[in-house]
Ligand binder design. Structure first.
Ligand code: ATP
Ligand code: MG
Length: 456
């Protein structure tokens, strides 16, 4: 997926997001630039700084949705964070550097599981041998005391002790054919981590970049418990263990750091929420503090992580915000300067709503139809009705608060409330939603401004 061309990226986004062509183009270009930069020769590559983007647009027009879909498209390390979640360094809460740590952690895990997948065959081979060892203790080795499992694991052995290798082959065949899947073996499995460790690690300790579980886990005696496992389950555990052993973690970590540094992308949602309008007093100080803390990360600095330092010079930042009550120019100037590309998203109207209701892969109408179909009820929407819903959505948005496409969610809930409630009793029925149906359900609410303020 990594080398999607800009138009391909836009095409993928089009499947879920209606309109907002300008925003889609900008993020597609930015994403492609990640790839381009990797092709450039070394000396120049270091000079090419990412062009950070701010997406600006009213609430409910698809900003967060674009981020979510992008994350699935790109092969670059990608994380989406809400700027409002952070607090200034020194205050209780998450500090901004944790976003880089999160990005790295994600990448390490992703690479690790990719590696494990790659060595899967080898791991399951080794696991098979270990499984056979378990089923078939070597001659001279003390058999583990399997008080009540004797009949399952040892009868096979005793009948053939003089021909160990052929027994092994036979057993291997049976194992592969799944004939032993329901037998039991004894296995030491790691005990659950003690809950006391949980108390430590939940209190924001992760942010220190130290994994307390690992640290304490090393100090505390490793709890192991002997359990009876089905052969099938034991084999899976062994394969997993072997896969882990086969993966060279140092290499994975180095690769992950390299990837994050060279092509990482951080999507900073809700950036307008860290603008303190009347700076100078109260909690706003802290918000501006967050902005100031962001500066070095965006400009490029070293962030300490438990895997080692990560350079942020070339991480791409895409910020987004509604900027409803504040303006981008209310951000501290240094931060504004670090987001050279501004893209405005369009507010949505009747035409877009019709398409949003019907076109995307996950379109709202489809979701409701599928939900209600599970009760054996078929709902059919006439085009007229869809048009009417979109029109009412626009009208209510103009009349009260403009909440963009989210208005469609509230409208649909209202519209289908009765059907959703009664569906279990309507098995086999068909409900036709036409313009009349929509008007009947929504007209009263729509015409009463106060009522619509509360309900829609
Ligand atoms: N252009 C669009 N095409 C399809 N669906 C959309 C579009 N815009 C919004 N939606 C739908 O509306 C809902 C809200 O959109 P989203 O979360 O992207 O809003 P937002 O722009 O991030 O708003 P906010 O500023 O409040 O965070 C989502 O369920 C999304 O599917
Ligand atoms: Mg959002």
């Amino acid at each position: 997926m990594s080398d999607l061309k800009p138009y391909e990226i836009v095409r993928e986004l089009d499947k879920y997001i209606i309109g907002q062509g300008h925003a889609k183009r900008s993020v597609a270009i930015a994403l492609r630039n990640r790839w381009r930069r990797r092709q450039v020769t070394d000396d120049l590559r270091d000079e090419i700084a990412p062009k950070n983007i701010i997406l600006i647009g009213p609430t409910g027009v698809g900003k967060t949705e674009i981020a979510r879909r992008l994350s699935m498209l790109t092969d670059s390390p990608f994380t989406k964070v809400e700027a409002s979640k952070f607090t200034e360094i020194g205050y209780v809460g998450r500090d901004v550097e944790s976003m880089v740590r999160d990005l790295l952690e994600l990448t390490v895990n992703k690479l690790k599981s990719e590696q494990q997948e790659a060595v899967k065959d080898k791991a399951s081979q080794i696991a098979e041998e270990r499984m056979l060892d378990l089923l078939l203790p070597k001659p001279g080795v003390q058999k583990p005391s399997g008080e009540d499992s004797d009949e399952t694991q040892f009868e096979l052995v005793t009948s053939n002790t003089n021909e160990p290798s052929s027994t092994r082959q036979k057993l291997r065949k049976m194992l592969r054919a799944g004939k032993l899947d329901n037998r039991y073996v004894d296995r030491d499995v790691p005990d659950r981590v003690m809950p006391v460790v949980e108390i430590f690690s939940s209190a924001g300790m992760e942010d220190m970049g130290i994994n307390f579980k690992d640290m304490l886990g090393g100090l505390l005696p490793k709890g192991k418990k002997r359990r009876k496992l089905k052969v099938k389950e034991a084999r899976e555990i062994l394969s997993h263990e072997e896969a882990q052993n086969l993966v060279d973690m140092e290499k994975v970590v180095n690769q992950a750091i390299e990837k994050v540094e060279q092509s990482g992308i951080i999507f900073l949602d809700e950036i307008d929420k860290i603008v303190g309008k009347d700076s100078g007093s109260g909690p706003d100080i802290s918000r501006e503090g967050v902005q100031r803390d962001l500066l070095p990360i965006i400009e490029g600095s070293n962030v300490a992580t438990k895997y080692g330092p990560v350079k942020t010079d070339h991480i791409l930042f895409i910020a987004s915000g509604a900027f409803h009550t504040v303006k981008p120019s209310d951000l501290i100037p240094e931060l504004q300067g670090r987001f050279p590309i501004r893209v405005e998203l369009d507010s949505l109207g009747h035409k877009e709503f019709v398409r949003i209701l019907t076109e995307p892969k996950n379109a709202l109408l489809r979701q409701y139809l599928a939900l209600i179909r599970t009760e054996g009820v078929e709902v059919v929407f006439e085009d007229d009705a869809v048009d009417e819903i979109a029109r009412i959505a626009e009208e209510v948005n103009n009349l009260t608060e403009n909440i963009g496409a989210r208005r469609l969610h509230t409208l649909m809930e209202c519209l289908l409330e009765d059907v959703l409630f009664d569906a279990p009793e309507m098995n086999g029925k068909r409900v036709l939603v036409d313009r009349q149906f929509v008007d009947d359900k929504l007209k009263d609410i729509k015409t009463d401004e106060d009522l619509s303020r509360y309900i829609l």
